[in-house]
Write a protein that binds this ligand. Sequence first.
Ligand code: RRO
Length: 329
Amino acid sequence: MSGRRGSGLENELFGITFANPVLLAAGTCGFGEELSDVVELDRLGGFVTKSVTLEPRGGNPAPRVTEFRAGMLNSIGLANPGARDVLRTKLPWLRDRIRRARVIISVAGHSASEYAEVIGILDPGEGFEGFEVNLSCPNDTRLGGLPFALDPDAAARVIEAVRPRTQRPLIAKLAPNTPDFGPVIRRLEAAGVDGFTLVNTMPGLVLDPESGRPVLGAGPGGVSGPALRAIGVHAVWRAAEYTALPLIGVGGIAEGEDAEQYLMAGASLVQIGTASFWDPRTAERVLKGVERAVTRRPGGLGTLVGLARRSGAAQQPDAPAEAAVENHV
Ligand code: RRO
């Protein structure tokens, strides 16, 4: 069975043991319960919940999702029941029903203090291991401004505000359209994050050719699916130049070899998003592919993680001297 002890797929990161490196991405599996009839969640390394805000949010006007040839565009608008309801109704289900998969709660907000309040409410709950701090939602930017992840000072203020509220791991989710990952990674590391997820969706727009109007009710949205894969792999590869903290790769993974690219670029875990909507068994298929790739290599998962960087192919003329590449396996 995938992920059994000695399978070579186990991975200890942030003080948590993941049975295998394949997780479901935030926003694609609700709070677990919604998917539990179609996906055997405990076969996976884990999953990340929908982002939780302080107050309940109804989300953006329909349609919220549309497909195009290279992927999907969404503008859900952070629809979620709010932190207090998640504590009361979602966490107990996770505590009672999830045995082996590691659960990460995604959190979001409009201000540093809102993130801190959300984490303050959820932290005493049970049934999860850590927080993914969503600093990069393209559809719900900090009031009147950029997503936090595109403003290293603002992003650091969020982590500084939440760090004292929890001892659990904090994983910052970054944006694909970050011009240079160095500044934001350095600031967030100094503020106390434990790792990074790369990447959120890419801002995009699909217009109806007849009317000339945006197809989505909210107008623009976030691009995911195959169109995002090369962008995400590149982001992980770049980020690994700046940090030795664990990286989680997400964007356009549908097959084992897509996940392998992320691992080779320097990710220790991967998340499956859009492809699960098209086939809920995608994550299990990706896991089987990764298992085959790991079995082919005598050193297990450790030989895959960061392989592209160790091969020398990643050497850039502008790579920082202190470039940090470590295997988190
Ligand atoms: O809810 C959304 O519209 C949404 C979020 Br919070 C996010 O982080 N990324 C995305 O593509 N959509």
